[in-house]
Each structure stands twice: as structure tokens, then as C-alpha cells.
Design a binder for this molecule. Structure first.
Ligand SMILES: *Cc1c(COP(=O)(O)O)cnc(C)c1O
Length: 401
């Protein structure tokens, strides 16, 4: 959908004049999409390997998702959490059945909010006789947990902290998994980490180390909180990376891919009774529209997973990544990531930037991650034709360095 009365320069002008300048935007106007293809108003076609930063998990213009959202919008969009919300109950049941964890779910509207809920659960869990006792949460260097004041403090990238002090107390930093053991003290109530750091370079944590840590934390009665805002909802080939790692976290937060583009966050926890009525809430969280979208997305992805199509897609995508690594070893050091949350580590920052820019010129959308990683987060329904076409463009982008 687009308004023919406006030219792109008019719209860029409005954006410049009326929208806060917190983003540097590319001058491009997309009007509609189909699967992993995006089109400008004059039908110039792009291939999308970024899916809105891992959000459009079932691609663009998905007919079932669009229909389910439209039907729900016609019936009821929102009623507040004062009344039963049918798709919310059904979505919670679906997520829990698919991941197999004995947990309950709280719904919010974003990844940061999903982590806020996780932090609140950990803080209340750490209380003793209703008073502050254990309250410290350990997070890792290069992590990303969100942009609210507490999740920003949790985020292990100091450059993002500039200008926004003072922050809430109780967030401790560990350099890596091994260092967590050094940072834990008698006031630690939880460890919050990503199994694959999405913004920090797509480097997966070592499975054995994570399993050892999970065991150790259980013994110490310290919560293992896994931020699956990016890695969750089948990005790694399993509904949660936690399933792939063979661990049972105390808390999992997720968001990005869950609503297929409709804002939704979810916090799953084994601690079913720590939060009580009145302890936490959200006006919009879990409303009819967003949970219907989540349900629709999970129905689509469950089928993709069970039919083994998702595993085949992942294998196919990685075949191309391996080829690119081989053909352009002067540009890339290694392949990183798991499943469709993956990347190529560029030899330096300049190469990373140039490849992403060149890819855009070839009408291919890809993302950056960390200092020097070219990141791929395509829709989980990406077709082999789209993969092939996308990598042809990527190849051209690399040749033009
Ligand atoms: C994107 C992201 C967040 C923040 O999600 P928002 O929806 O932008 O608040 C938190 N954690 C991780 C791992 C993410 O990738």
C-alpha cells in the first residue's frame, strides 16, 4: 500500500522534519512484499535476507498471517487483561507445548519488555522474607538486552550507556562464560545471557560450558535466564536455542520472530508463582491482535519444522554460506551462527560495511552484527529460489570490493 500523491523526497522530508532522528535511514521506499521479496512502488525487486531484523519470520505478505490478523481485527483488537483473551491462552499453550518446558508465559510488546519481566521475576525470587536479599544479575560483555534503562544497563556494551546514567543497581558484568563463576557472589540471584549473541557478532556459546553453567547455577539456586529475543522462534532450527543446547532455563524471554511483524514479547518461566496479581502487567501486552498473530506464526512454523522443510532450508542456506566463505576467503575469516541466525565474519570493519552497501546496490538486504560480522536473518520460509537469487547478488556484492 502506498500513497501516490507523495514522492519519496516529500516523505523523506516529513521524516526529517517530524520524526526524531534516532536512526540513520536509507533512502528507499518499499510498498509491498511477498515472501523474501520486497518491492518499491515502481516494482523494483529486492531480496530480503534481514527480515526486519529477524522479525518477519514467515516472510512478507504471508496470506495466512494476514488473514488471521484481519479476522481478529474485525472481531476484537483489544480488551485489556481484565478479561479472558482467547488467543492469549491458546498462544501460551502452544508455545509451552512446542518447547516442552514446564513453564508459564507473560506477554508484553517487545524484547526489552520481555527482559524487564525476567529481571522482575529474578529480583522477587531473590527476596528473603519480603526484603531485598539477593538482587544482582550477571550479564555478559558484548550482549544486547534492550534499550530501556534497566535492559540497557544489562547490555554489555558500554558505548550505549553514555548520556543515560544513573542506572539501577545490581547489574554485574562477566567477560565470558568462564568469568561468570568469578563474578557470582552471595547477592547474585540470576545470570542473563544470549546463547548466540545477536548484536554481538552471532557467536554461539559453547554447548558444554552452558550445560555445566546450568548445572552449577541450579546447585547454587541462582536463576539461568536466557534472552532468546533474537534466537527464539525456530531461528536455530528448534523453537528455542535452549532446546538445541539441551538446557532447561528458569526464564526465557523472546519476541522478534513471534508475531511475524506484529509487536509482541513473551517471558516464559519455570517459576510459576513468583509473580502474583498486581506484581506486573501491561496494557497492550497479550492483546487479541498480537497473540492471534503469534498463534498464526507458530501454526505456520510448527508445520515447517515437523515436515523437516526448515531443516532442509537451513542446510541449503549453509551450503551457500560455505561456498561464499571458500570463494571469498580474502574477505571473510569464518562462518558463524546456527540455523538461519548466521553470518560471515569479515576481515575488517571496512569490508563489512562495503559488502552491506554493495549488497544494497545489488538489491539485497543484509545486516551487520558486532564489529565485523555480516549477518543473515532471513524468513524461515525462504525458498530455494530466493536463496539462490540472494546469494547470486551477494556474490556480485563481494566481487565489487
Ligand atoms: C532485539 C533484541 C532485544 C530488544 O528487543 P526490542 O524489541 O527492540 O526491545 C533484546 N535482546 C536481544 C537478544 C535482541 O536481539
Amino acid at each position: 500500500m502506498f500513497d501516490k500523491n507523495y514522492k519519496i523526497d516529500d516523505l523523506m522530508g516529513f521524516d526529517e522534519e517530524y520524526v526524531l532522528h534516532t536512526y540513520t535511514r536509507k533512502k528507499i521506499r518499499f510498498a509491498y512484499g511477498e515472501g523474501c521479496k520486497l518491492y518499491t512502488p515502481c516494482s523494483k525487486e529486492f531480496i530480503d535476507f534481514g527480515s526486519g531484523i529477524g522479525v518477519c519470520s514467515v516472510g512478507h505478505g504471508n496470506k495466512k498471517l494476514a488473514q488471521d490478523i484481519a479476522h481478529q481485527a474485525r472481531d476484537l483488537i483489544h480488551l485489556s487483561n481484565l478479561y479472558l483473551i482467547e488467543p492469549q491462552a491458546l498462544l501460551a499453550k502452544k508455545i509451552i507445548e512446542l518447547c516442552g518446558y514446564d513453564m508459564r508465559v507473560f506477554f508484553s510488546n517487545s524484547g526489552a519488555e520481555a527482559n524487564e519481566c525476567a529481571i522482575k521475576i529474578a529480583r522477587k525470587f531473590g527476596e528473603k522474607n519480603g526484603k531485598i536479599d539477593r538482587y544482582k544479575i550477571i550479564t555478559l560483555e558484548s550482549s544486547f538486552h534492550g534499550r530501556t534503562i534497566s535492559t540497557l544497563k544489562a547490555t554489555g556494551q558500554d558505548r550505549m550507556h553514555q548520556h543515560f546514567a544513573p542506572f539501577p543497581d545490581g547489574f554485574m558484568r562477566a567477560k565470558d562464560i568462564d568469568d561468570i563463576y568469578n563474578v557470582i557472589d552471595s547477592k547474585t540471584c540470576g545470570v542473563l545471557l544470549e546463547l548466540i549473541q545477536g548484536e554481538g557478532g552471532i557467536f554461539p556459546m559453547d554447548k558444554q560450558k552452558i550445560q555445566n553453567l546450568a548445572k552449577f547455577l541450579k546447585q547454587k539456586d541462582i536463576l539461568l535466564m536466557v534472552d532468546e529475543v533474537q534466537s527464539g522462534i525456530y531461528k536455530t532450527g528448534e523453537i528455542f536455542a535452549s532446546n538445541l543446547y539441551g538446557i532447561t532455563p528458569d526464564i526465557i524471554s523472546t519476541a522478534k520472530g513471534l508475531g511475524g511483524g506484529v509487536p509482541i514479547g513473551a517471558t516464559l518461566t519455570r517459576l510459576k508463582d513468583v509473580l502474583e496479581p498486581g506484581d506486573h502487567g501491561s496494557t497492550f501486552g497479550g492483546n487479541f491482535l498480537s497473540t492471534r498473530a503469534g498463534l498464526s506464526v507458530l501454526e505456520i512454523l510448527e508445520e515447517e519444522y515437523r515436515s523437516k522443510r526448515l531443516a532442509a532450508t537451513i542446510q541449503n542456506f549453509h551450503k551457500y554460506l560455505d561456498e561464499m566463505l571458500k570463494d571469498f576467503h580474502q574477505l571473510f575469516i569464518e562462518k558463524v551462527g546456527i540455523g538461519l541466525m548466521c553470518g560471515l565474519v569479515a576481515r575488517d570493519e571496512k569490508i563489512q560495511k562495503k559488502i552491506i552497501d554493495n549488497a544494497f546496490d545489488e538489491q539485497l538486504l543484509i545486516l551487520k552484527s558486532g564489529r565485523n560480522v555480516v549477518r543473515f536473518l532471513p524468513s524461515l520460509l525462504i525458498t530455494s529460489q530466493e536463496i539462490e537469487e540472494g546469494f547470486q547478488r551477494f556474490q556480485k556484492a563481494c566481487k565489487n570490493i
